[in-house]
Ligand binder design. Structure first.
Ligand code: SAH
Length: 203
């Protein structure tokens, strides 16, 4: 599938019906998710298992499935989001043997995964965002994570302690829906960054 087709498909997925601000629910734009999945595929990061941590309506993990990953685990604590995720998977007719869905808190995740995709709660200074990063470093050797531009220093200590290094950083402009804007009812454009980090001793 061409990247533009993937991007369009992902953009058409159903998003959060009534985003819960307290959970920082925000759907990753299709073009961005397509880029992450293509890059990961090209680097051989999607040959085995993928975990979509805080999957929401599933755009990141579904991007992984659509570029050929056959072992995706979706983790999300909000049942309303999971119901939409299930609709999205069914509408694309993705065989259920390729994925697993767990409704739980990120704190309760265990096991090992080859690669992680995540768009965690944006405010990495809040406990919640850091818990995602901590869990990611604990359960995988290759992590693709989104944050606001320049967020790396906020996770650097965690990353260093887990012996991870940053291998890639890519900045994107995305539209932030008015619900998340601070002073305006209009859609705001912000910059986000996608980092790829790997465990130093893994390769
Ligand atoms: N990955 C999706 C959603 C990103 S928004 C996408 O890229 O489109 C962040 C998601 O994390 C939300 O769906 C929110 O419900 C979920 N979340 C927040 N805190 C969580 C926690 N402690 N455990 C599990 N999921 C959580």
């Amino acid at each position: 599938m061409r990247k533009s087709d993937l991007s369009r498909k992902l953009s058409q997925l159903e998003g959060f019906k009534d985003p819960k601000i307290s959970l920082e629910q925000y759907k990753t734009p299709g073009a961005l998710a397509a880029d992450i999945a293509y890059n990961a595929y090209m680097r051989g990061d999607l040959d085995n298992s993928l975990l979509d941590l805080g999957c929401g309506t599933g755009v990141l993990g579904i991007a992984g499935l659509l570029v050929g990953c056959e072992d995706v685990t979706f983790i999300e604590k909000d049942q309303d989001a999971v119901d939409i995720l299930k609709n999205n998977l069914e509408s694309l007719q993705i065989p259920s043997r390729f994925y697993d869905i767990k409704v739980c808190d990120v704190r309760d995740v265990s096991g090992r995964f080859d690669t992680i995709f995540m768009n965690p709660p944006f405010n990495v200074h809040s406990e919640e965002g850091l818990i995602f990063w901590e869990k990611a470093f604990e359960t995988s050797d290759v992590v693709y994570g989104l944050g606001s531009e320049g967020f790396y220093p906020a996770i650097k200590e965690l990353s260093d302690n887990a012996r991870f290094k940053r291998t890639d950083a890519e900045t994107y402009r995305v539209a932030l829906p008015p619900t998340y804007g601070f002073h305006t009812e209009l859609e705001e454009e912000i910059k986000v960054e996608v980092l790829r980090l790997i465990q130093k001793s893994s390769r």
